[in-house]
Design a protein around this ligand. Structure first.
Ligand SMILES: O=C(O)CCC(=O)C(=O)O
Length: 255
């Protein structure tokens, strides 16, 4: 396999991201780095507490400082800087690993709705890293291009047994015929905006689908979410705080 690392985002790609609310990209980590991350997450999955599913490994970096090696990687920051500017905060991260022939669906949603009042303005970019190959058969992510321009979508409850989240954009507020499958090879990534409507289907293949969502925001975003702040820490990774001291940041741990 010809494994090439890319860290330059072209003007055309930046325009595409702004217009469509998503962007598929190449590989940002070396093959060795990616293999090490896969070994690490394999071990995490093996040691999951009873009853916890591998789609539910939310904010793993709080418990696993090793993940900061990836979250703060200079190549990642270089790419993120080209998309949101030089002052960069780490908002969150989540492993969503769908077991072969079993994984849950992710209902159509906008991340910004789930995060609600916790951020002001709601400006987050997610880098979705393919720890495993991610294809239609094993439940790759899908997006509705341009949907980041709409913030008034209506939601309805969905069955929690098969769905990772409890609500979904109603059919009338969604043109599913426009959905784009974001298929990736191992190590490739894509980006999406906090308002982009996206989902993914259950894994009906014999291949696991593990993705690592790495979420960043520009350092002018205020974090007033009172009910989140005691447990959900944020980190200033690069540049300067632009909230006049409103935010407080956790120290990046040694990794
Ligand atoms: O991994 C998936 O299938 C969905 C990811 C997602 O919802 C997100 O990154 O916000």
């Amino acid at each position: 396999m010809n494994w090439q690392v890319e860290t330059t985002v072209s003007d055309k790609q930046i325009r595409f991201y702004k217009e469509n609310g998503y962007l598929t990209f190449g590989r940002i980590f070396t093959e060795t780095e990616l293999d090490e991350l896969r070994d690490y997450v394999d071990d995490m999955i093996e040691n999951l507490p009873e009853g916890k599913r591998p789609e539910q490994m939310d904010v793993p970096h709080f418990e696993h400082p090793y993940l900061f090696k990836y979250l703060t990687h200079p190549n990642v920051l270089k790419v993120i800087e080209q998309l949101i500017g030089p002052d960069i905060l780490l908002w969150s991260s989540h492993f969503i690993s769908k077991r072969e022939n079993d994984g849950m669906a992710v209902p159509w949603h906008q991340d910004g709705v789930y995060w609600g009042e916790s951020l002001d303005p709601m400006h987050v970019i997610t880098m979705w890293l393919a720890v495993d190959e991610s294809k239609v058969e094993n439940g790759c992510m899908r997006v509705i291009p341009g949907s980041h321009n709409y913030r008034d979508r209506r939601y309805e409850a969905v069955n929690r047994e098969n769905n990772l989240f409890g609500s979904e954009v109603v059919e009338a507020d969604l043109d599913e015929s426009k959905a784009v499958n974001l298929e990736l090879e191992v190590g490739e990534c894509h980006f999406h905006d906090a308002w982009t409507i996206h989902n993914s289907s259950p894994n009906v293949s014999q291949k696991r689908r593990c993705g690592y969502t790495m979420r960043y925001m520009p350092a002018h975003v205020r974090y007033p979410g009172a009910e989140w702040r005691s447990t959900h820490k944020i980190y200033l990774l690069q540049g300067e705080d632009r909230t006049d001291g409103f935010n407080s940041y956790e120290q990046v741990p040694n990794f």
